[in-house]
Design a protein around this ligand. Sequence first.
Ligand code: C2E
Ligand code: MG
Ligand code: MG
Ligand code: MG
Length: 284
Amino acid sequence: FAKERGRNHYQLYTPDQGKRVGKKMMLANGLRTALANDEFFLQYQPQFNLETSEIVGVEALIRWRHPEFGLISPAEFIPVAEETGIIVDIGKWVLKTACKQNKEWQEAGLPNVNMAVNVSVKQFQHRDFIKGIKKVLTETRLDSRYLELEMTESIMQNSEYLHGVLSELREMGVKLSMDDFGTGYSSLSLLRYLPIDNLKIDKSFIDGIQVDENAVSIIKTIIDMGMNLNMNIIAEGVENKEQAIFLKKNNCNLAQGYLFSKPLPAGKIRRILEGRVVGNHKVI
Ligand code: C2E
Ligand code: MG
Ligand code: MG
Ligand code: MG
């Protein structure tokens, strides 16, 4: 930035903006080497069937242990990775690591669960996306039915191309989830014709369960609509019993959140799979 200052560009930035740009550049540069240096790892958050208390899947969530700055949240670095395009390579690593892990659990004789992987729009838009998915499934020998891809509503922008990609994934047997549902822009008619298996109700609505009548109405509407469209409904960010009881009573079949379990390292998930039911879940 010294150079820019020298060229009288300094006035374009307030000190705060300068800091932000500086941090972003730091992240962007760091992301390039993080893959090579093995600084990423995955944690897995269990997803439960509220009716049977069984674990039905896990969501893979990326973590970055920076050698200098420690743990950096994906909420912070994923947007930067998307902007710089490196999300495509990071995404491949996540997919491979997650599928491999799931296969490992299966080969150890543990019950089969779904592996949900977050996928950025940038990855879906990449011309080799389907090829990459096929490659990962072949290499890890994971049955496609145990892979679930989570996308956000921002994907709705590119509908015709998107429809082709999603349809091909569906034909391959891969499951598709709409993440953070209700917070973005979703056209109802698109939702009707896209081959989506699961709707994940965003945490912001779950937070409103005991406090906000509007949130409650929206949740009920989402559940109703999802059921009519033959989708599973997953509540995300369930933090207390009251929320879980409400969801169960209102036919939301699946849930994840700190009430049941935080995202965990693979070894701890293994122990949950061995016991099949987590004690904490039985509270409802
Ligand atoms: P998301 O996919 O909506 O994931 C849910 C986030 O909520 C996770 O945050 C999870 O740890 C957190 N969470 C789950 N239950 C609770 C709860 O009960 N209370 C609270 N307060 N939080 C809860 P995390 O791991 O920090 O991830 C943030 C976001 O980063 C994710 O939101 C997702 O959009 C993105 N992300 C994470 N991993 C990946 C990845 O591998 N690829 C891509 N493209 N994005 C990722
Ligand atoms: Mg997600
Ligand atoms: Mg989500
Ligand atoms: Mg969310």
